[in-house]
Design a protein around this ligand. Structure first.
Ligand code: AMP
Ligand code: MG
Length: 488
């Protein structure tokens, strides 16, 4: 049924611990992702059968699977930890999907490994369904991300602040290799493994650079470009990752690790949701800079491969880091301009003025841009837009006028502008208060209906859906100070 084609498992043994998932007592299916299953060439019916559930809960090892826990290190909140690794996950193996792309299949919450440190190797039901719904929403929003194939309730209780039901997520990724995987080997001065890893990554993720003059410098450049694009996309959606440590920074440029992430409701560039991020290191507005910080850790690990002369290696890496900043700034500003339907960089001041007003009067991020999209062809939406701001302000009316003037100076039909804006300004995002409601219903009442309903709405985030206003609206209380916790 699963046609595994494992490459990571044939890397040398210092890359992982070969270990099977630990069995659970009474697995039951919470949600399966049928379209992703089909994309992977898997039969969704089979995955929901007793045998399918046994495999997705770790109770049975599928034929061809070679479960392992990957070794990696990482900078967590700026501090280097030489050994992290999969402390609660097993890579089951790789599958070549129907498009010929290699994908990792991993169980998260599947028991202890040699990397567990003091942890129990498990995951809670709340964080698992949270990751399922938000990662799939990100995919539908057009953001590169790990995917969620299945969520299983284990039937066991786990101890957190209180006892809670345990669960396992089947995560699908281009790979689970992180900046921290490179840091793991450089921290051990294991240059041989470092080169094996870099060659593996080039072959798997960046085959187009194999024959370049300096493939390792090009590898660094390619990773930097993907990160610049990724983080700019997050910011255009008001997404805050929340724990962008180097071990959560994917080499393939996907969003990974949905612990404390959340979307902003009202706009505030300093927004931090994570309860452990006391200094605001991973605040909304910091994310572009943090991307560069993480890349400088990758540079540090790649230096010996980039050039045998350290000075030359450093200057090459520095140039790439500067390119990253330019790329990010460019993607970011163009992305924001497009959100208001404009293209000329000269109009950036309009974007800045809008953000100032949105910040001061706490306007909802997603709805502001959604209503602006409607306003291009229908002035009756002006009032809806204005009502998002704490106070109607003469500056706001002036801004709308200036914006309409700028739109009229674009060399395009208003209808076309509205259509283009609609592609970048979603109607629906996973709203924090609804995610919490969904978790509460699942944990306290075994009621999974909101998981299904929310997933259905979020699968088409750019399409206004009949009877779905509940999912569109921000929370009634702007002052609720939403807090998130790492997904343990
Ligand atoms: P995260 O915060 O999910 O990125 O995890 C950081 C590190 O802690 C990784 O090495 C995880 O494998 C490990 N970890 C997180 N939660 C647990 C847990 N419940 N049991 C064992 N290891 C864990
Ligand atoms: Mg992590």
């Amino acid at each position: 049924m699963f046609k595994f084609d494992n490459s990571y498992a044939s890397l040398p043994q210092q890359f992982y611990q070969k270990i099977n998932p630990s069995p659970v007592s009474n697995p039951s299916l919470i949600k399966i992702n049928t379209s992703l299953a089909t994309e992977l060439g898997l039969d969704p019916e089979y995955l929901q059968s007793d045998q399918g559930i046994a495999i997705l809960s770790g109770n049975q090892i599928a034929q061809g699977s070679q479960p392992l826990a990957q070794a990696y290190a990482g900078h967590q909140f700026g501090n280097f930890v030489p050994q992290l690794g999969d402390g609660r996950a097993n890579l089951l193996g790789e599958i070549i999907d129907i498009n010929g792309k290699r994908r990792d299949l991993q169980l998260k919450g599947s028991g202890q490994t040699q990397f567990s440190r003091a942890g129990d190797g498990r995951a809670g039901l709340g964080p698992v369904i949270r990751e399922f719904v938000i990662s799939e929403a990100m995919h539908a929003l057009g953001v590169p991300t790990t995917r969620s194939l299945a969520a299983i309730k284990t039937g066991d209780q786990i101890q957190r602040e209180s006892l809670m039901p345990g669960a396992i997520l089947t995560r699908v990724a281009s790979s689970h290799i992180r900046v921290g995987t490179f840091e793991y080997f450089i921290a051990r001065n294991d240059f041989e493994s470092l080169k094996i890893l870099a060659d593996y990554v080039i072959n798997r993720h960046y085959p187009e650079i194999v024959d370049s003059e300096n493939p390792y410098a090009e590898l660094f450049r390619a990773v930097a470009q993907r990160q610049a694009k990724l983080i700019a996309k997050w910011m255009q959606l008001g997404f805050i990752h929340g724990v962008m440590n180097t071990d959560n920074c994917s080499i393939a440029g996907e969003t990974i690790d949905y612990g404390p992430c959340a979307f902003m409701d009202f706009y505030d560039p300093d927004t931090v949701f994570s309860s452990i991020d006391r200094m605001g290191r991973y605040a909304y507005e910091q994310q572009g800079f943090i991307g560069q910080w993480n890349l400088s850790c990758l540079a540090n690990a790649l230096l010996p491969l980039i050039d045998s002369k350290q000075e030359t290696a450093i200057s090459t890496a520095k140039a790439v880091l500067e390119e990253y900043t330019d790329d990010f700034t460019n993607y970011h500003s163009i992305g924001l301009l497009n959100k208001i339907g404009l293209e000329q960089k000269g109009n950036l001041a309009l974007v800045e003025d809008l953000f100032k007003l949105m910040h001061k009067y706490r306007a909802d991020f997603t709805l502001s841009f959604h209503y602006l999209t409607e306003m291009v062809t229908d002035q009756s939406y002006d009032q809806e837009f204005i009502s998002l701001f704490d106070e109607a302000n003469p500056k706001l009316s002036q801004w709308i006028q200036d914006w309409r003037q700028a739109l009229s100076e674009e060399d395009k039909e208003l209808q076309t502008i509205a259509e283009e804006m609609n592609k970048v300004n979603p109607v629906y995002i996973p709203r924090n208060h609804i995610i919490e409601e969904m978790i509460e219903a699942a944990v306290s009442n075994q009621d999974y209906s909101l998981i299904h309903k929310l997933s259905e709405v979020l699968a088409k985030p750019f399409t206004k859906q009949e009877g779905a206003d509940y999912y569109l609206l921000p929370p009634k209380d702007k002052n609720q100070n939403y807090q998130t916790f790492c997904g343990t």
